[in-house]
Ligand binder design. Structure first.
Ligand SMILES: NC(=O)c1ccc[n+]([C@@H]2O[C@H](COP(=O)([O-])OP(=O)(O)OC[C@H]3O[C@@H](n4cnc5c(N)ncnc54)[C@H](O)[C@@H]3O)[C@@H](O)[C@H]2O)c1
Length: 354
C-alpha cells in the first residue's frame, strides 16, 4: 500500500509513520507544511528508507494537494494535519478554522476527484481515514457516562468546534459522494516526541528546569490518557481493517485528574532524576495553581469497546507503564527537546525527503 499521511511531522502522525515503517512494507508519503508543531526530527533517519517520502505541502493549498495525489497515487489517506492546541485556539481561532475546516474540505475534494477516476478495484479499496478527537463530544461534567460513537456533538472550544465541523464534512462526503471514509475519535495522547507545550511534556521539562508547574483551576479536570504508540497501532488497524462509513472511538481506559498526572510525573522524576535543580527539595513543591482556562471541559472518557470487539485492538500500556516510559524517554532524548525549546528544529528545513 501507498499511504498518504497528512500531518506526519506532528506528534501522532510521526508515531503512525514510525509504526508503519518499522512494522510493514508499505510506502508512506508524509505531507506536512511544518508549522511550529511539525518536526521532521521525530522520524529517525534510520527509518527513512526508499519507502518514505516527505513533501512540505499545505492542505490549504489545492494545487499542492493535486500535485501529491497525481504524483504518488495513494491507496489510502490518513488525515491528521490540523491545528491541535486548545489554548492557541482560544488566543487565535482563525488558523484553526482555516486549517481544520478549509484544509479538510480541500483534502476531501482532492481525494474525491482522484478516487472517482481510479480503476474499479483500486476505487473499491481506497480509504480516507480522518483522525479526530473526543473533544467534539463536549464534556461529561458530573456523570459517570462514557463517550460512545453515537454521543451527540457538543464542542466547547474553537479547536473542538473546528474538529467537529471537519468530522461532519467527512461524513457528508461519504453520504453524498460515496467517498469511502472512516473516522476515529480518540482521547488525549501522550508519549515520546510530544511537543513541549502540551501538559505532560510541559510538566516534565519545567520540572527538570526547576520552573513552576502550572495547573489550571483546581486540577480536577479528568482526561482519558492514551499512549501514542497504542494509538498509532489502532489507526493502522482501522485504515487497513475498519469498515467504510464507520466511526471508532479510541481510548486508553486511563481516566486521571490533571493534578494526579502532575503528581505522578513529580514522583517518577524523584525516582528517575533525583538530582534536582539548585534550591529545589522536591519536584512537587513546583506545582502552582493558575486561573482556569475559559470553557475548560471537566471530564472526557471514552468507551472504546467497539474497536476492541470489532477490530480486536486493545491498548498495551497502562497509564503507569506508559507514563514511566514517557518520562524516561524525555530524560534519554534531551537533544530532541532541547532543539525544540531553542527553535533549532525549525532551521534548515528541507522540502523533500529530508
Ligand atoms: N494529541 C492529542 O492528544 C489528540 C487527541 C485526539 C485527536 N487528535 C487529532 O490528531 C491529529 C494529530 O494531532 P497531533 O497531536 O499529532 O497534532 P500536532 O499539532 O502535533 O501535529 C499537527 C501536524 O500537522 C501539520 N499541519 C498543520 N497545519 C497544516 C497544514 N495546513 N498543512 C499541512 N500540514 C499541517 C503540522 O505541521 C504538524 O506536523 C489532529 O487532527 C488532532 O486533532 C490529537
Amino acid at each position: 500500500m501507498k499511504i498518504l499521511i497528512t500531518g506526519g511531522a506532528g506528534f501522532i502522525g510521526s508515531a503512525v509513520i514510525r509504526y508503519i515503517l518499522t512494522n510493514t512494507k508499505n510506502t508512506v508519503i508524509n505531507l506536512d507544511s511544518l508549522t511550529y508543531a511539525g518536526n521532521t526530527e521525530s522520524i529517525p533517519t534510520k527509518l527513512k528508507s526508499e519507502n518514505y517520502f516527505f513533501q512540505k505541502k499545505d492542505i490549504c493549498n489545492v494545487n499542492d494537494l493535486k500535485f501529491i495525489f497525481n504524483t504518488y497515487q495513494p491507496d489510502a489517506v490518513m488525515h491528521l494535519a490540523a491545528e491541535s492546541h486548545v489554548d492557541r485556539s482560544i488566543d487565535g481561532p482563525a488558523t484553526f478554522i482555516h486549517t481544520n475546516l478549509v484544509g479538510t474540505f480541500n483534502m476531501l475534494e482532492c481525494a474525491r476527484n482522484y478516487w472517482q477516476k481510479l480503476p474499479e478495484d483500486k476505487r473499491a479499496n481506497f480509504r480516507f481515514h480522518h483522525i479526530s478527537t473526543d473533544e467534539v463530544y463536549g464534556d461529561l461534567h458530573g456523570t459517570d457516562d462514557l463517550f460512545t460513537e453515537t454521543t451527540p456533538y457538543s464542542p466547547s472550544s474553537p479547536y473542538s468546534a473546528s474538529k467537529a465541523g471537519s468530522d461532519h464534512l467527512v461524513r457528508a462526503w461519504h453520504r453524498t459522494y460515496g467517498l469511502p471514509v472512516i473516522v476515529t475519535n480518540c482521547s488525549n495522547n501522550y508519549g515520546p516526541y510530544h511537543f513541549p507545550e502540551k501538559l505532560i511534556p510541559h510538566m516534565i521539562l519545567n520540572a527538570l528546569h526547576g520552573k513552576p508547574l502550572p495547573v489550571y483551576g483546581d486540577g480536577c479536570q479528568i482526561r482519558d490518557w492514551l499512549y501514542v504508540e497504542d494509538h498509532a497501532r489502532a489507526l493502522y488497524k482501522v485504515v487497513t481493517e475498519g469498515e467504510v462509513g464507520e466511526t471508532y472511538n479510541v481510548g486508553g481506559h486511563n481516566e486521571k485528574k490533571n493534578i494526579d498526572v502532575v503528581n505522578m510525573i513529580c514522583d517518577l522524576l524523584e525516582e528517575l532524576a533525583p538530582e534536582k535543580p539548585a534550591g529545589i527539595n522536591e519536584y512537587r513543591e513546583l506545582i502552582t495553581f493558575v486561573t482556569d482556562r475559559p470553557g475548560h471541559d471537566a471530564r472526557y472518557a471514552i468507551d472504546a469497546s467497539k474497536i476492541e470487539c470489532e477490530l480486536g485492538w486493545v491498548p498495551e500500556e497502562t497509564f503507569d507503564t506508559g507514563l514511566r516510559k514517557t518520562v524516561q524517554w524525555y530524560l534519554d532524548n534531551r537533544q530532541w527537546w532541547e532543539r525544540v525549546l531553542s527553535g533549532k528544529y525549525q532551521l534548515g528545513r528541507l522540502g523533500v525527503n529530508d
